[in-house]
Write a protein that binds this ligand. Structure first.
Ligand SMILES: CC(C)(COP(=O)(O)OP(=O)(O)OC[C@H]1O[C@@H](n2cnc3c(N)ncnc32)[C@H](O)[C@@H]1OP(=O)(O)O)[C@@H](O)C(=O)NCCC(=O)NCCS
Length: 170
């Protein structure tokens, strides 16, 4: 991955590695419920932010969240612990792209790290006037990246069917 933004922008190849992003935040009292655990909505906010960073690293323009797939919270995030998030673009379609975000919680006193959530989000690229923009292609390189690329296609079909159901009031 190059550190020079000009090189990334002019690059004919956009790789998954170029989109990979990390983000972390300490769980503070303002973001917790009565048990001292981070609110699920706050975790979702962090997932959206971390996902948007990866999407913007690919698009290099404004993006909006079109959808967030199902999310499960496997472990609570307790006050004082660190929420760690990692994101990457899995697949680019035309104006939209799927981003995967994984969330861990790290106990800063013991060093124990637990995987707590994973999510897939779809972002759409827009110009300053709010018009959709056709995105540059994404080139998976590793076996794992090709697997995610393939699976993203299946998830998109499901998502668009769900959207149609919502449109029809389902
Ligand atoms: C997302 C948004 C830009 C889509 O606009 P639209 O006019 O419905 O556009 P289209 O139907 O042409 O969809 C554009 C792309 O997004 C994809 N898309 C749209 N809705 C989607 C959904 N729910 N899930 C997955 N992909 C979706 C389409 O498949 C299309 O992809 P492609 O160009 O890569 O083939 C528009 O609905 C919007 O602005 N929504 C609000 C976004 C927002 O404010 N998010 C923050 C939370 S409120």
């Amino acid at each position: 991955m190059t550190d020079d933004p000009a090189t990334v922008l002019s690059s004919p190849r956009r790789t998954v590695a170029e989109t990979r992003s990390e983000f972390s935040e300490i769980c503070l009292p303002n973001d917790t419920n009565l048990l001292g655990n981070m609110l699920g909505g706050h975790v979702m906010h962090l997932v959206d932010v971390c996902g948007a960073i990866a999407a913007m690293r690919h698009a290099r323009c404004a993006v909006v969240t079109a959808s967030v797939d199902h999310m499960t919270f496997l472990h609570p995030v307790q006050i004082g612990s660190l929420v760690r998030l990692r994101s990457q673009v899995n697949r680019v379609f035309r104006t939209s792209m799927e981003v995967g975000v994984k969330v861990w919680v790290e106990n800063l006193l013991t060093g124990e790290v637990k995987h707590t959530s994973s999510a897939y989000l779809t972002f759409v690229a827009l110009d300053q006037a709010g018009n959709k923009i056709v995105l540059p292609a994404l080139h998976p390189e590793t076996g794992e990246e090709f697997r995610r690329f393939e699976e993203a296609g299946q998830r998109r079909a499901y998502r668009l069917a769900q959207k149609e159901g919502t449109r029809q009031g389902g």
